[in-house]
Design a protein around this ligand. Structure first.
Ligand code: NDP
Length: 276
């Protein structure tokens, strides 16, 4: 007999492209749960009202995507450790007493994909992060806990990188640059957290950065290699990984928070990739 569970959703703007409904329904099938999970388009000023309405009608769990993760953080009663450090929430659990618990699963999603699915390591590695938006903020805390030897942050708008560095430099001093001043240096891993690949753009990087054969990770995913990964590969990247695995892994952590069960992610990554 199937168990019926009401009301899960992702809210964002835009949101129609979201793979979250497909991913969560695939997870639910593994446990014979009949899950309702919708993608809800929310107007730019309407997040608070939409959240309250969703909760009032019996919503149990919510994912939050661009541009509402920081706003969601402000609307929680309790926060998980990763959300506290990131200042942003991508997963909300509604308790029956009306309280809201917010967590951020982007960082653990990245680590599970990079370290478990791809055998990568962070400890003692020299890491360059491109971009200083919400995605960089989401991964920095969990990444630093793995004790890299060095983290460098580069962003077009230097002040954003500097704010991030100040917020996260408790464990390690994070160097910050804009693209014009970034020195050529040896990195083991380059993570592209910018949205540049969505428009087939490439952050303004010297090809020489890739000559030490770093592993390159792009949080954007698409059917073929992203523009950043194509550039990285052409100039020496030893391995190119896109963000589809991270997407499924962060969803698996949300699923666990809501249902207390760990879904198999490998089969779901394969299934979603097949249909990109
Ligand atoms: P934000 O809007 O918060 O930040 C965007 C970042 O990209 C900024 O640092 C911005 O720089 C930079 N940027 C945009 N275009 C360019 C460009 N042409 N050259 C250099 N830098 C550029 O977005 P998020 O951080 O939330 O998300 C970033 C990307 O990561 C999105 O594409 C999102 O889909 C993806 N993502 C993927 C996840 C996954 O699970 N795979 C999870 C979360 C995010 P500046 O500040 O100078 O404007």
């Amino acid at each position: 007999m199937k168990i019926s569970i009401a009301q899960f959703a992702v809210m964002g703007n835009p949101v129609s492209h979201s793979k979250s409904p497909e991913i969560h329904v695939s997870f639910a099938k593994q446990f014979n749960l009949a899950l309702q999970y919708e993608a809800l388009l929310v107007p730019p000023q309407g997040f608070r009202d939409s959240l309250c309405a969703f909760q009032k009608q019996g919503g149990k769990g919510l994912n939050v995507t661009l541009p509402f993760k920081q706003q969601a953080f402000m609307l929680m009663d309790k926060l998980g450790k990763a959300a506290q450090r990131a200042g942003a929430v991508n997963t909300i659990l509604f308790y029956s007493d009306g309280t809201r618990y917010g967590e951020n699963t982007d960082g653990i999603g990245f680590l599970n994909d990079y370290c478990k699915n791809h055998g990568g390591k962070i400890e003692n590695q020299s890491i360059l992060i491109l971009g200083a938006g919400g995605a960089a903020r989401g991964i920095l805390g969990p990444l630093l806990e793995q004790q890299p030897s060095r983290v460098t942050l580069v962003n077009r708008l230097l002040s954003k990188a500097q704010v991030l560095s100040q917020d996260f430099s408790r464990d390690l001093t994070i160097e910050t640059y804009d693209y014009d001043t970034l020195p050529i240096s040896r990195y083991d891993l380059i993570i592209n957290t910018t949205s540049a690949s969505l428009t087939q753009d490439i952050p303004n990087l010297s090809p020489e950065l890739f000559s030490s054969n770093p592993i390159c990770y792009d949080m954007v995913y698409q059917k073929q290699l992203t523009s950043f990964l194509l550039f990285a590969k052409a100039h020496g990247a030893s391995e190119c990984i896109d963000g589809l695995g991270m997407l499924v892994e962060q969803a698996a952590e949300s699923f666990f928070l809501w249902h207390g069960m760990k879904p198999d992610t490998e089969s779901v990554i394969k299934k979603i990739r097949k249909h990109l």
